[in-house]
Ligand binder design. Structure first.
Ligand code: CO
Length: 281
């Protein structure tokens, strides 16, 4: 196997999102991140009772939003009638397809008590042939998400495969999404399909890829190769993300991600006319 090497690292910026919560967001990497459009680390933030903020009702079309919670509690609700609580370790994989309107808010109980909120939201693009698919909602509790452990290694397999264990979440295009912890001095060998784009977001500690370092808060973009050897130079925690390069034009406006400007204008007009979520005739 030819191990992947590190192509480059992107720094993260702190930006405010939704109703005003802070996220760490890697600098835009364009097609280097394809098929991922966005990676937001929400918090960790300490919230007093009543202080936590989320993202009130808003639309999406043309891609998927994936929420993974590490601390705190959230409650999601959408125009398809889905409603789900998110607790630590839970994942909600929401395929907007032709259109969905949803709210992503702190859980009412969490609002009463306050506490630490920490998690991730990533946006996964859909290829043009699937952009107008029917919306799909996978609300997967932590208890159903496989965890794999080896000496010095702990991994939650959200999508794809890790150390021979396969995820339960179904993805439209082949996606790898793994939450990985490695103890200092240990190396994790992650197998990856060679032509997928792959990246590692470190959110604690530090790792080395064939001698090149990814630090806390950096997104490391990997070169192609069969797999990757990840050495923890400090106790480290990270997400491994991989997926196919879509090689399609991206037209993006707020919560809509399509291929052309015309499709974006159609999405805006459908939303204004209240037909964003209606089946295509
Ligand atoms: Co949203």
């Amino acid at each position: 196997m030819t191990p992947r090497t590190l192509k480059m690292t992107a720094p993260t910026h702190r930006v405010q999102e939704g109703g005003g919560f802070w996220v760490r967001r890697p600098a835009a990497m364009g097609s280097l991140m394809s098929p991922f459009l966005l990676l937001d680390e929400m918090g960790p933030s300490m919230n007093k009772p009543g202080e936590a903020v989320g993202a009130p009702w808003h639309p999406h079309r043309g891609f998927e939003t994936v929420t993974y919670l590490l601390e705190g509690a959230m409650q999601h609700e959408d125009s398809e009638g889905n409603k789900g609580d998110l607790f630590p370790g839970d994942v909600q994989w929401m395929t907007a397809g032709r259109g969905i309107i949803h709210s992503e808010e702190p859980h009412p109980d969490f609002q009463k008590t306050g506490g630490t909120l920490h998690g991730f939201q990533i946006w996964v693009n859909l290829p043009s042939e699937h952009k107008m698919m029917n919306p799909r909602y996978q609300d997967i509790p932590s208890s159903q998400i496989p965890i794999v452990e080896a000496e010095g290694i702990w991994a939650r397999v959200i999508a794809g495969e890790c150390l021979g264990v396969n995820a339960v979440i179904d993805t439209v295009i082949p996606i790898t999404y793994i939450h990985l912890k490695i103890e200092e001095g240990y190396t994790h060998q992650q197998s990856l399909v060679s032509d997928l784009n792959a990246m590692i977001y470190v959110f604690g500690g530090e790792v080395s890829i064939e001698g090149k370092v990814i630090r806390d808060g950096q997104l490391g973009i990997l070169n192609n190769g069969e797999g990757v050897n990840i050495l923890a130079t400090k106790n480290a925690q990270m997400l491994i993300l991989a997926g196919p390069e879509l090689n399609e034009p991206i037209a993006r406006y707020g919560p809509f991600v399509m291929n052309t400007r015309e499709e974006i204008m159609q999405a805006v007009s459908d939303y204004r006319n209240g037909i964003l979520t209606q089946p295509v005739q």
